[in-house]
Design a protein around this ligand. Structure first.
Ligand code: NAD
Length: 411
């Protein structure tokens, strides 16, 4: 199933519950602008390579559009379109004054030198600098992009528009970023997992957790949950993973990937397992924190965890979601579970615009407060309307965007 069809199914369920008119559905589903650009770059070898870049600006009814920039070989317009709409509902669920957007370049960063990656990024900014900016659309990191990539974006944008740190978030702390942004998505996933466990009446200490993906989100999620006395029994990356029934040493895992270019391969503190085995592991909480579409009709029946927390965007296909629902597996949906990143990005944007800096404690406190409020609203709606958490989160997000659209008017 195409990514945009999958998000459409979830949207429709919420729209039915909200009794939205056909005209409003069409307006909310259509992106304001979709851009595809050519990015010709001279490689280190002297050869010319042409990359394709995308930016989809989905909706700005509630504020400037906001969303990550993904560097991955599977990036295409349909995936970016789906992810842009998720950002619109996500910013609305946590009630921050943004709309939704997403971008991406189809490339495999591991095959490019750092200078080539910089040239691709700067040429992409050359192509779209008139289309984004602090009051219009603000990119951020996503899979395959780092704070360094965000620094190049800010620097290149500044060549056209002058000093504008708020044109992009997720920047390095030493270059107009903020402490706490880097960990924010994982911290949010961790803190919301604890809230869910508590609401489900499950004891926290010793809760077993398996995490797919040990990049920014997966590694910070592991650290947060490990600090909260959960047992991280398995982790993986693109090359496979490791498990240990007594719990992996998460600090050792962090040290290991820092010393091995971000990769888990060769980690000595656990037994090897494949990504397929990780998804089917016996554990209390399964956290997909890598790619979309990893839980499908084909493997949903194999999942043994009673709780799934969607740290990645769209890791569960709708057919698998229906199977989990039937089996009584609780799913905390992406548009709430991983909203910590965009929330901390908002803090960064606010501070950039005020030329002011908060400390790490304030960032963490505000993040926990905003996510905690959103979780309670989604939980209550799910209970009162007797719908799954995903439908409740979509109802909250889509309802807020719909109301803003009516209040702002379309004249
Ligand atoms: P990242 O690039 O830092 O890490 C991705 C991890 O996934 C790496 O460990 C990589 O090896 C692994 N991976 C890649 N392909 C895989 C595969 N086929 N099987 C198993 N593992 C694989 O990316 P990230 O920023 O941690 O993002 C992860 C997910 O979280 C994405 O879906 C992204 O959209 C979502 N997300 C990220 C943020 C953020 O702030 N970074 C915010 C919200 C959502």
């Amino acid at each position: 199933m195409r990514s945009s069809e999958a998000t459409r199914i979830y949207f429709d369920r919420a729209a039915d519950q909200l009794d939205l008119s056909e005209n409003m559905r069409r307006l909310l589903l259509t992106a304001r602008r979709e851009v595809q650009v050519q990015i010709p770059v001279e490689m280190d070898s002297g050869d010319l390579t042409t990359f394709i870049g995308y930016r989809v600006q989905h909706n700005n009814a509630r504020g400037p559009m906001k969303g990550g920039l993904r560097y991955h070989p599977q990036v295409d317009l349909d995936e970016v379109r789906a992810l842009a709409s998720l950002m619109t509902w996500k910013t609305a669920v946590v009630n921050i004054p943004y709309g939704g957007a997403k971008g991406g370049i189809s490339l495999d960063a591991s095959t490019l030198s750092i200078r080539e990656l910089e040239r691709v990024t700067r040429r992409f900014v050359d192509a779209i600098h008139d289309l984004f900016g602090p009051d219009v659309d603000i990119p951020a990191p996503d899979m395959g992009t780092t704070p360094e990539v965000m620094a190049w974006i800010m620097n290149q944008y500044g060549k056209y528009h002058g000093f504008s740190p708020a044109c992009v978030t997720g920047k390095p702390v030493e270059y107009h970023g903020i402490p706490g942004r880097d960990e924010a998505t994982g911290r949010g996933v961790g803190s919301l997992t604890l809230k869910l466990l508590s609401r489900l009446g499950r004891p926290l200490p010793g809760t077993t957790v398996a995490i797919q993906g040990f990049g920014n989100v997966g590694s910070h999620t592991a650290k947060y949950l490990h600090d909260a006395e959960c047992r991280i029994v398995a982790v993986s990356d693109a090359f496979g993973g490791f498990h240990r029934a007594e719990g992996l040493d998460v600090l050792e895992l962090h040290r290991y990937i820092n010393a091995h270019s971000g990769k888990l391969e060769g980690f000595p503190g656990g037994d090897r397992l494949t990504n397929a085995e990780l998804l089917a592991m016996e554990c209390d909480v399964l956290i997909p924190a890598a790619l979309g579409g990893v839980l499908t009709q084909a493997n949903a029946a194999l999942v043994r965890a009673p709780i799934i927390v969607e740290a990645a965007n769209a890791p569960i296909e709708p057919e698998a979601d229906a199977i989990f629902d039937e089996r009584g597996i609780t799913v905390l949906p992406d548009i709430l579970a991983n909203a910590g990143g965009v929330t901390a990005s908002w803090f960064e944007w606010v501070q950039n615009r005020q030329y002011y800096q908060w400390g790490l404690n304030r960032v963490r406190q505000e993040l926990d407060r905003i996510l905690g409020e959103a979780f309670e609203q989604v939980w209550q709606l799910s209970m009162s309307r007797k719908v799954p958490l995903r439908t409740a989160a979509y109802m909250l997000g889509v309802g807020r965007v719909g109301r803003a659209t009516v209040l702002g008017g379309v004249e």
